[in-house]
Design a protein around this ligand. Structure first.
Ligand code: 1GP
Length: 250
């Protein structure tokens, strides 16, 4: 199995916190999506996550192909709820929603995607995906028919992250959900960080560099922002996030 991108992420995490920009190709036309991707890459993002919870337009494949040609940072598929497999990416985060008890989200979608992943020979990173409650219903909760982990229960988050690591998953993604009212607590991230060795990605509801720094200091290896970049359309904001997050060294 290919491991190039994964090894790069592990190496990065050993040195400093990292920054991923999430881009949903469904939100904008292809040219705008590619412009956003280029701007993220030029302003310090360490990788791009491409994906979303719905697919309304037929933009995914085309956007991915053009983004990959236009940037020199890793382009990772973030399948959201449903698997989008494509060969036009550097790696695919194969999410198993370990916080869910819906078998389709735990293994069903992955089985559907596996033969295509094999035929594309794309790097795949098995990722334990944990959805954390943020106080309001998010798309990922609704679409996946899943109850999130309560935000004030770090011990439950720890148990899920440990189970994912023991099952061999190589990343943990803790997500408060896209557009969440508030990010998860630093306390929860710290508890998970103390328990597991694999890199931790944290996203959902992070709208300021200060919030990102707090979560990176608590132990998040990679911070993800999506909605705030879509809302603000401000390239200097990407730079502010990247500089603030990269300031957290290990
Ligand atoms: C969602 O973690 C990501 O899956 C990013 O969330 O859109 O709230 O930044 P936001």
């Amino acid at each position: 199995m290919k491991k190039k991108i994964y090894n790069k992420l592990v190496k990065h995490a050993a040195q400093r916190a990292g920054y991923f920009c999430l881009i949903d190709p469904d939100r904008f036309d292809v040219n705008t999506t590619v412009e956003m991707a280029v701007s993220c890459a030029e302003n310090g993002a360490d990788a791009l996550l491409i994906g979303g919870s719905l697919m309304i337009h037929d933009n995914f494949e085309k956007s991915l192909k053009m983004i990959r040609r236009a940037v020199d940072i890793p382009v990772l598929i973030f399948p959201g709820v449903f698997n989008f497999v494509s060969k036009h990416a550097d790696a695919l985060l194969l999410l198993s929603m370990v916080s869910s008890r819906n078998p389709q989200m735990l293994i069903g979608e992955q089985v559907r995607a596996a033969p295509l992943i094999r035929s594309y020979n794309i790097e795949v990173i098995g990722t334990g995906y944990m959805v954390i409650d943020s106080g309001k219903l998010t798309s990922v909760q609704y679409m996946s028919h899943s109850i999130p982990i309560p935000r004030n229960k770090p011990d439950i988050a720890v148990a899920h992250a440990l189970a994912a690591q023991y099952l061999g998953m190589r990343l943990i993604y803790m997500d408060a959900g896209s557009g969440a009212d508030q990010p998860m607590t630093a306390e929860m991230i710290k508890a998970v960080r103390d328990a597991v060795e694999v890199p931790i990605i944290v996203g959902g509801g992070i709208r300021t560099p200060e919030a990102a720094v707090e979560l990176a200091q608590a132990g998040a290896d990679f911070i993800v922002t999506g909605t705030v970049l879509e809302d603000e359309q401000d390239t200097s904001l990407v730079r502010q996030f990247a500089d603030a997050i990269h300031g957290i060294t290990r």
